[in-house]
Design a protein around this ligand. Structure first.
Ligand code: CP3
Length: 354
């Protein structure tokens, strides 16, 4: 895209984009909007390019990663692309034997539960993931002024998959390890923080304009356990990109009691799920961080007339925050009508235009 074709109101560069500005608490022309899991199964064009290609394999092919990352940007006109990958990609890249099973999620061949198992969680070096840096560079060139968000899983969420061996409702083996052998737990999380931080750093150095640390399952913890067992490791992962001038978003599900603690781990933006209103989230975080969220993804199955006032309400509530990145409260559900997402983007832009 040449300058002459760029609409007058469009930002000149990703660093100047509504998403990056809002994350920094700067004035914006409109509230930026993107969706967790915007790249993926709700799109027919995604299902088409993924035909016959395994999830992990697709994450390591720059041709597929770039195409899939760009699909929702083209279709919905969102204010950011999220890098197409998965939180377990860096674990696979350091040699942990795992698979992403359709309809289930990540499954680890041999769970990590003993000190001897720790050796399998070695450090990630850029040479492990040259394709990731290549994909980011290709995307940044294609995206022009639209920012690319890089991401990684937070140590607790990664540890849960490794210790349980797969998805878990109660995280019982994880908590048993945490309480039964705190030294081993902290050593495991320290290693995972290095892997996560290195994965974020590869993406940021290759040109991602913001990063998000997903601690999807942190809501399974009490606040006391979060502070004692988890926060410092997430802080270490976020600190790995502190010198790179990329805003950092920190998100979890069911983390209404942890919002300020997640901000204090070193975030610029605190992600809020749909269980806590942005108004309450703002009170709980004292205006110290920009907020991201928080339309309930299940609401997108309701008639538009019911969705519309909720989108308007969230935009209004977000105006009181130092910055607001409109998003869902968790990822796009696979059977979501993609047109509902496009309408949300249009409405957010319309009602928030300054
Ligand atoms: O669009 C995007 O957000 C970018 C891509 C992305 C994926 N996974 C692709 C994916 C991102 C950011 C993730 C993060 C991720 N992966 C998280 C944190 C976000 C969250 O939802 O809380 C977690 C917990 C995972 C682990 C994981 N990987 C799960 C739970 C699943 C779903 C399993 C299923 O099939 O129901 C996956 C697989 C996965 N990751 C898919 C996609 C598009 C679906 C696989 C497919 O299309 O074959």
């Amino acid at each position: 895209v040449t300058t002459s074709q760029t609409p007058a109101a469009a930002p000149a560069s990703p660093a100047d984009s509504p998403l990056v500005r809002a994350a920094r608490g700067l004035p914006v022309p409109h509230t930026p909007v993107w969706f967790m899991r915007q790249a993926g199964r709700s799109l027919p064009e995604y299902r088409k390019v993924r035909e016959g290609v395994g999830m992990l394999e697709s994450c390591r092919r720059p041709d597929l990663v770039t195409e899939i990352t760009l699909q929702p940007v083209r279709r919905h006109g969102v204010d950011a692309a999220i890098f197409f990958s998965d939180i377990v990609v860096p674990l696979a890249a350091v040699g942990i034997d795992l698979d992403i099973v359709p309809g289930v999620g990540p499954v680890i061949e041999q769970p990590v539960r003993t000190r001897a198992d720790l050796e399998r969680v070695r450090d990630l070096v850029p040479e492990d993931v040259p394709d990731i840096a290549e994909s980011v560079r290709l995307l940044v060139a294609e995206l022009g002024p639209t920012p690319l968000i890089g991401f990684a899983g937070a140590p607790f969420t990664l540890a849960s998959y490794l210790v349980e061996g797969g998805p878990s409702r109660n995280h019982e083996h994880t908590k048993a390890l945490m309480y039964g052998d705190p030294d081993l737990w902290h050593d495991l999380c320290a290693r995972l923080a290095r892997v996560s931080g290195a994965f974020l750093r590869v993406q940021a150095r290759a040109g991602a304009s913001a990063v998000q640390l997903f601690d999807s399952w942190a809501g399974a913890l009490s606040r006391a356990d979060y502070l004692r067992f988890v926060q410092r490791h997430s802080a270490d992962a976020l600190a790995a990109v502190a010198d790179l001038d990329v805003p950092r978003i920190h998100f979890g599900v069911g983390t209404g009691e942890l919002l300020a603690d997640m901000g204090e781990a070193g975030a610029d933006v605190v992600g809020v799920d749909f269980r806590v209103s942005l108004t309450d989230a703002l009170a709980r975080t004292g205006g110290r961080w920009a907020l991201q969220g928080n339309l309930d993804p299940a609401l997108l199955f309701a008639p538009w007339a019911a969705v519309e006032p909720q989108v308007r309400r969230i935009v209004e509530e977000g105006r009181a925050a130092p910055g607001h990145l409109f998003n869902l409260g968790h990822g796009v559900l696979p059977d979501t009508d993609p047109d509902a997402l496009t309408r949300v983007v249009e409405l957010v832009h319309e009602v928030s235009a300054r």
